[in-house]
Every structure is written in structure tokens, then in C-alpha cells.
Write a protein of this length. Structure first.
Length: 373
């Protein structure tokens, strides 16, 4: 079976594809997988390290305003479409699994012009579908969703699978994780992360809050801070300036299973990937949705908050005093933290790889039955 994974150039639109591919590779000998992604050196290298061939296309996002940028967009889209046709004809996949983002559109459309089309499965990581998946729905056989609430957007083609996660996430104990970072078991461990791109706003917000805490509170907490490449030096200097020592700072952390196992609370954005990891691990959170993601993160965050597994603050007009009070309450109130943890665990699951694999085989079986492929 040949599977072409079409994915984006940001963490949330490619980690799910990588996780599923690793699962398939580890469990099925007859599966041949290749990737098509928008040009990104880091992700191309990561895919090669994991043993997957990565094709890149120059597709870019649709400009938000009418401008000469539309000409560049159309040129890149045409180039991406032509290259996708070549890739698909050469690889001849049985299944194309598209994980959202603008870079998946030319791939799926290139498949549409073939006589012997591959079957198409979409995967949506957010509560509200992105424009790419909404556009490609008519060309898809199935649409797998990460949130039950998304089912209404995809109609009869919908199947709930959840978000594919790394198998390693469930293999690390809290003690092992704390030892990995050199942290103490008697302190509340807070994981700060801003998504695959980092988050300057969250970096400043959390450090300002810590700086305002009294020493008695400081002694009850410790931080694992994923600052992003751009924010790493700023975060390191700020922690030095406020003389906060019980912190482990990373620009990027590949072994997220250790950070998630170690933490008692997360302060994070509300991307689908982050929320899938946090809920699967049963972690409560303070969420600050990224305000420039078309409203997707806001809807994701509201879903988690409505289920009493998170406290949500909007970035625009955020009251730092209220944020600090919410953080302080969760550091001090272990009973509330535990209740939120249980609520979070009820929302998450680790079986998305198995469910999505089942969908792939069912779609392929139907295809073989109808066409004899």
C-alpha cells in the first residue's frame, strides 16, 4: 500500500502526519509512505531522519488583501500543482492523506485530474475546519476529525478519530520525566509553550507573573519553558534578571513526552496538536489562543474550557492581574488542579493512530472492491 502524506509547514499541520506515518511504519511491513510539504528545511530534515522521502512544493498562503501578492501566490500555486502532478504520477499512491494547510490543496487537486485517482482522506486538527479542508471536502472519501464538535462541518463523510500522537507520550512516568529535567517532585511544575513557532506574548506574560509573586509562592513552583528560537535569549536573560532559578529553558524540545509527563499545569496556545497532547495526558491548562489563526484556536480553547479542563484568556486586552491570580490559584489549590486534570483526561485519547489507520484500510478496501486496484 502506497500512502502520500500531504502536510503543511507548521508543527500542527505536520506532526500529526509524522506520528501516523511512524505508527504505520512500525506496525505494517507493506506500507510505503512519502510526503509532500511546503518548503521547510527543518521539517524536510526531520522526515529524512525518520526514513521518509519528502517532496517540497513552493505553495504559499492566499494573501489576505488584494495586492500584487496575488500574482506571486498564483505563480507558486501553479508551480505546486504541476510538481504535484509529477510526484503523484511517479509515486502512484493508493491513498492521499491531507492534513490541512494551503500546501495540501494543489496536491489533492492534482489527484483529481488523474484517470486512476488515489482515494483521499482529510484530517482536521481544529474544531472549525480550515479553508483548505473545507475546500477539499468534495474531493475526499472521508474526513477524520480531532474533536467531536467538528462532525457537523463534514456531514456524512465525517469520522471521529482524534489527533495522532507520538507513541512515546504514554511511556514516560512522572518520576522519570522529573529526573530527566533535574526537577523536584514536591513543586508544582508548569509547562510554558507557545506552539511550534514559540510565542513572545506568552514568554513576557509568564515571566511578568513570576516576577510579581512573593518568595513563598516562588518556592512552590518550577518551570519548563519552551521559548522558541526567536525568544530563547530574551527568556533566558529575563529569568536571570528576576533571579528565578528553578527553570529549564529550551528553544525547541523534541522529547515532548518528558515535558508533558513532568508538568502539573500548562500555559499554552490552543492549537489542535497541543490540546491533543495535553488532554491525552490529562493535563489542566491556562490557554491563550493565538489571535491570528482565523478564530480556530479560540474555538478549540472554548471547547476545552466548557469541559472545565482549562481557563482561557484572550490575548487582546488581557488583564495581567487576572492572569496572575488564575495562575496563583492553580499553584495553591491542588484539589482544583486535580479536578481539571480529570476533566482533561476525559477529553483526550491515545488511539487516534489506530482509528485513522482503520479508516485508511476501510477506504482502500472499498476502492479495491469498486475498481479492482
Amino acid at each position: 500500500m502506497k500512502i502520500l502524506m500531504a502536510a503543511g509547514a507548521t508543527g500542527g499541520h505536520i506532526t500529526n502526519a509524522i506520528n501516523l506515518s511512524v505508527y504505520l511504519k512500525n506496525n505494517y511491513e507493506d506500507v510505503d509512505i512519502e510526503f509532500v510539504i511546503s518548503a521547510n528545511i527543518n521539517f524536510s530534515r526531520l522526515l529524512n531522519e525518520k526514513g521518509f522521502k519528502a517532496h517540497t512544493i513552493p505553495a504559499g498562503p492566499l494573501p489576505l488583501r488584494v495586492s500584487f501578492g496575488y500574482i506571486t501566490f498564483l505563480v507558486k500555486f501553479l508551480q505546486s500543482f504541476i510538481k504535484s502532478v509529477i510526484i503523484i504520477n511517479k509515486f502512484n499512491p493508493d491513498i492521499i492523506t491531507a492534513f490541512g494547510s494551503y500546501s495540501t490543496v494543489p496536491v489533492v487537486l492534482a489527484n483529481c485530474i488523474r484517470f486512476n485517482k488515489a482515494r483521499v482522506i482529510l484530517h482536521e486538527q481544529n474544531v472549525i475546519p480550515g479553508k483548505a479542508n473545507a475546500l477539499l471536502l468534495r474531493a475526499a472519501d472521508k474526513a477524520a476529525v480531532s474533536f467531536c464538535r467538528s462532525e457537523k462541518y463534514f456531514g456524512a463523510k465525517t469520522v471521529f478519530t482524534g489527533y495522532p500522537l507520538k507513541e512515546e507520550l504514554r511511556k514516560v512516568s512522572r518520576k522519570e520525566a522529573l529526573d530527566f529535567f533535574g526537577l523536584r517532585a514536591d513543586r508544582v511544575t508548569i509547562l510554558v509553550m507557545g506552539g511550534s513557532q514559540g510565542a513572545d506574548f506568552i514568554n513576557r506574560l509568564i515571566i511578568n507573573a513570576i516576577n510579581a509573586f512573593k518568595p513563598a509562592i516562588i518556592n512552590k513552583m518550577q518551570i519548563i519553558h519552551l521559548a522558541g528560537e526567536r525568544g530563547y535569549e530574551f527568556v533566558r536573560r529575563r529569568y536571570d534578571n528576576i533571579e528565578f532559578r528553578q527553570v529549564k529553558i529550551f528553544s525547541f524540545l523534541d522529547k515532548m513526552e518528558y515535558a508533558l509527563s513532568a508538568c502539573d499545569l500548562a500555559v499554552a496556545r490552543a492549537g489542535g496538536a497541543s490540546l491533543a497532547e495535553l488532554t491525552a495526558m490529562g493535563k489542566p491548562s491556562i490557554l491563550i489562543p493565538y489571535p491570528y489563526a482565523g478564530g480556530h484556536q479560540g474555538e478549540n480553547a472554548r471547547y476545552i474550557e466548557e469541559n472545565k479542563a482549562a481557563i482561557v484568556f484572550n490575548q487582546e486586552g488581557l488583564d495581567e492581574d487576572k492572569f496572575r491570580s488564575a495562575l496563583l490559584e492553580l499553584i495553591l489549590d491542588k484539589r482544583k488542579l486535580q479536578a481539571m486534570s480529570q476533566n482533561s483526561k476525559r477529553l483526550g485519547s491515545f488511539d487516534a493512530n489506530e482509528k485513522l489507520t482503520k479508516v485508511i484500510f476501510e477506504v482502500l478496501k472499498k476502492s479495491n472492491g469498486n475498481t479492482g486496484r
